[in-house]
Design a protein around this ligand. Structure first.
Ligand code: NAP
Length: 401
């Protein structure tokens, strides 16, 4: 060791009383008391460390806490349920009493309780025990509601940052690289220390690789209704269908199963909050319903054409022409309707007859069954005509008239 460090060894000569002696000073020894670099590094990380308090230590609160602790921040938590062991496992400190929590003077307080409980949770938080310049952050999945709530309830000396990490314990299980983090600095004092603290907090998300999206809460809710709410709704609809994995899953189907799985893990309260507290959600639900109708009409519209052809086949050559009524319309007799199918002048009566059929959803479903069963002739009630079979038997054709 000494030989290896020979070049770094300095030599000094002490001339004490009596004989002179050589003292060797090793660079390694000399460096230790002046470990400037290491001390500076430590100081920088201390400066960047925040004390982050989390109110609402459920699924999402714990999910965030883990990452804050890993990044070197001190994390405090309080909630309705005593999460002592969960907090300890993560490396956070749990406070059953909200007063004690606030008296720890966190730099940042994150509201991570359910959307529906945010108002009472905030009302019961002893804000006066916090430092006067605390930064209050919300992570609710809707944004206009907490923005208005915080602006109306928080004393002016508290800073407000509204955020929405657009991911959760499932979608953000591994890396957060490229995942969207939406935020609006709603109210932050001009004091450089406040600005610095805001940046320090935002730096955490940047350092995790999040894609930082600065946007107003109003714009967030407009966009989130047509993205997040629709995703949750479709996921829940598919979940209600009890989809199962098969031996021949396609990639698309795997994605659907994944969507069901992700949605299922979120509480219904969260989903209900997205609906109730985003004024745009109702419109999106209606759009979704209309879109479903459009797609259904496309499908059943085709069946309509097939049904019409089979309900009103081309007239048999010997058949009588339709009797004309006084108003020029065709009569309502079965034969006249059948004949009218070949006459373009009588299309209106045909259309109304066909519409009556089309209006009956059950008829359409049985038509679909018949088509699916094809020419095997297995369709119940199907009668053979000219080697083929009609999709609707004669009785039903009469009923349609
Ligand atoms: P959640 O069901 O929306 O909220 C659960 C949390 O709310 C728990 O901490 C629970 O406390 C608290 N809570 C519920 N009712 C309460 C009441 N009456 N009084 C006091 N506290 C109550 O599920 P979450 O997934 O953990 O979401 C928490 C927040 O994060 C929500 O605002 C959500 O919009 C937002 N967020 C969630 C995700 C996500 O992927 N999960 C993503 C982004 C944002 P206890 O556990 O103590 O009962």
């Amino acid at each position: 060791m000494r030989a290896g460090l020979a070049g770094l060894v300095g030599e000094a000569q002490f001339k004490g009383v009596g004989r002179a002696r050589n003292v060797q000073v090793l660079a390694l020894d000399a460096a230790q008391p002046f470990d400037f670099e290491h001390r500076m590094q430590h100081k920088i990380s201390k400066d960047k460390q925040l004390t982050i308090g989390i109110v609402g230590f459920g699924t999402f609160g714990q999910f965030l806490a883990k990452r804050f602790v890993q990044a070197g921040h001190r994390v405090l938590a309080t909630s309705r349920t005593p999460y002592f062991s969960e907090a300890a496992a993560i490396g956070a400190e749990y406070f059953e009493d909200a007063d004690d929590f606030c008296e720890e003077h966190p730099d940042v307080v994150i509201l991570a309780s359910s959307i529906l409980s945010t108002e009472p949770v905030l009302r019961h938080l002893p804000l006066t025990r916090l430092k006067r310049s605390t930064l209050i952050v919300d992570v609710l999945s809707v944004k206009v509601f907490p923005k208005q709530l915080l602006l109306s309830r928080l004393p002016p000396e508290l800073d407000i940052l509204c955020t929405h990490p657009m991911f959760g314990p499932d979608s953000g299980k591994g890396s957060w690289e490229g995942l969207n983090f939406m935020y609006e600095a709603v109210r932050v004092g001009k004091d450089p220390r406040r600005q610095q603290r805001l940046e320090l907090f935002l730096d955490f998300w940047r350092s995790q690789g999040c894609r930082m999206v600065e946007m107003t809460c109003e714009e967030h809710d407009r966009q989130a209704a047509s993205t997040q709410f629709v995703t949750h709704t479709v996921g829940r609809m598919l979940g209600a269908m009890d989809l199962a994995s098969t031996d021949i899953n396609t990639k698309g189907y795997e994605n659907l199963l994944q969507l069901v799985n992700n949605t299922k893990n979120d509480s219904f309260e969260l989903y209900y909050g997205l609906f109730l507290y985003n004024t745009n959600a109702t419109d999106e639900l209606e759009r979704l319903e209309k879109a479903f109708d459009v797609v259904k009409k496309q499908l059943f519209g085709r069946l309509h054409d097939i049904a019409r052809k089979q309900l009103f086949p081309a007239p048999v050559p010997n058949e009588q022409p339709p009797r004309q009524q006084a108003n020029g319309g065709s009569s309502s007799s079965s034969s006249s309707v059948r004949s009218a199918s070949s006459s373009s002048s009588s299309m209106s009566s045909l259309d109304s007859a066909a519409a009556a059929v089309n209006g009956a959803a059950s008829a359409a479903v049985s038509l679909a069954n018949c088509v699916a069963k094809g020419k095997a002739g297995a369709a119940p009630g199907a009668a053979a005509v000219g080697g083929d079979f009609t999709l609707v038997d004669k009785e039903r054709a009469k009923g349609a008239q």
